[in-house]
Design a protein around this ligand. Sequence first.
Ligand code: NAP
Length: 474
Amino acid sequence: MPTYERPLLFIDDQWVPPADNGLIDVVDPATETVIGHVPAGGAADVDAAVAAARRAFDPTIGVAERRERLHRVIDALEKRLPDIAELITAEMGAPVRIAQTVQTQVPLAVAKGIAEVVDTFDFEERIGNSLVLREPYGVVAAITPWNYPLYQVVAKVVPAIAAGCTVVLKPSNDAPLSVFEFVEACQDAGLPPGVLNVVSGPGRVIGERLATHPDVDFVSFTGSTEVGARVGELAGRSVTKVALELGGKSANVILDGADLATAVKVGVGNAFLNGGQTCMAWTRMVVPQSRYSEALDLVESAVGRYTVGDPWDPATRIGPSASRSQFDTVRGYIERAQRDGARLLVGGAEPVRDVGFFLAPTVFADVDPASELGQEEVFGPVLAVIPYTDHDDALRIANATPYGLSGAVWAADDDTAIAFARGVQTGQLDINGGAYNPLAPFGGYKKSGIGRELGRFGFEEYLQTKSLQLKERR
Ligand code: NAP
C-alpha cells in the first residue's frame, strides 16, 4: 500500500524536512478531498540539493558504473509500478486502466529503451586525429508537469543517471506522490548519495531557483510554453543549457482515400487519452470537405464509447480533469468556442457530476483554424474538427499554429502519407496508424520546444562532447 503522506524532501540520500516546514495539499480531483501532503520546499532546500548533486558528480565516472546504476534503477522501478499506478489514479484522476498501462508501462518501456541505447553506445570515437569523448553533462535540474507524472520524470532522470549526471528533481505540485514513490525506488536501487535529490514546492520558487542556480549545468523542463519560455530566459542569463518540452496543438490529417472509419476511431481515442491531458494529443482533426458529414457521424458514434466517471472503475475511460484550475481552464475554452461560432457536436462546459472535476468528451465542428480553439492548447477532452478543400489547404491548416509537437497523417497508402508528412512542421507524426516507439526521438518544432527526449537522441542531451587532438593517428 503506498503512502499519501510525504512530508520530507530527499537530499543527499536523506529524507529531511524542508527548511521552513511547510506542506502542500494533494487533492483527489474525483472527490475534491485532500488525500496527502508533500513538502513546500524553498530556495535554501534547492541550494542544499544542488550542493549534494555537485558533490556526487564525478565527470570521470566509468561506463560500467553508469550502466550498473541504470539497471538497478529499472529493476527497482518495475517493482513499484503497481503502487505508482494507484497513486496516479488517486492524485490526478487517471482511470485505473490508463494508470496501469500508459501511465506506468510506457515509462518502463522508455527506461528500458535508454538501457538498450546505453548498452551499445560508443562513449569514445575517432574522427581523424581526434579522440572524441562523450562525458556526462553535470548537475541536471529536472522540472516536470502533472499529466503523466512518472513518464515525465523517467524521461529525464533515467537518461541523466545513465549518462553519469546527478539530478535535482522538482515535480509538479498537482501530482507529486507518484514521483516520491519513484524516488524511493531509486533509493532502493542504492544510488550513491546526492545522485538523485527531490525538492517539491512552488514552481515559481523552486523552478526559478534551479533555473538561475550557478551550480546547475543543464535545466530540462517539461510544461507549458509560457513557463518554458521563462525558464529558458532565466537559464540563458548564466548560459546554462536548457531543453524544453512544451505544449502542442497537433493535427490528425485525414487525406481523401484514407480509411476514414479507422482514422476517426484512432483519432478520437488519441484526442481523449488521459482526458485530453496529453501534450502530443491530436486535438485538431483535419478532414476532407468531400467526406465531412460522414466524418462527423463517425466522430459522434466514436465519442459515445468514452464513458466519464469514477477513475477507480475499470470501465471508465475518462476521469476528472486533474485539478480545479485545469477544470476551470477547459470550461472557459468550451464556452468561448461556442461564442466564437464553432458548432458544438457533443459534450459541453457543464460538469458531469456535482463533486469532482468531471467534464464530458466534447467535440466542435466547423472550427475556424484561426480561432482560439483552432490555435490554443486546451489540455482537456476537447476535439476540434476542421474541414479542408485540398491537400495544400490541409497542409496550411496543419502548420497554422505556433506549435509543432506531434500529429498523424492518414492516406490511401504510406508513400502519399509520408510525402505529406515531410511538409508538416512537427517533431513526430504517426503514419497510417504507426505504433508508438519509445526509442524514437520526441520533441517539438516551433513553440513546442527545444531538444529531444527518449532513445539515443534523448540520451545524448545529457552528454558533453570533448575533442582531444592527437599528434599521431593511432
Ligand atoms: P506548467 O504550469 O508549465 O508547470 C510545469 C512545471 O513547472 C511544474 O513543476 C511547475 O511547478 C513548474 N513551474 C511553474 N512555474 C514555474 C516557474 N516560474 N519557473 C520554473 N518552473 C515553474 O505546466 P503543467 O500545467 O504542469 O503541465 C501542462 C503543460 O505541460 C501543457 O502545456 C503540456 O502541453 C505541457 N507538456 C508538454 C510535454 C512535452 O513533452 N512536450 C509533455 C507533457 C506536458 P508547480 O507544480 O509548482 O506549478
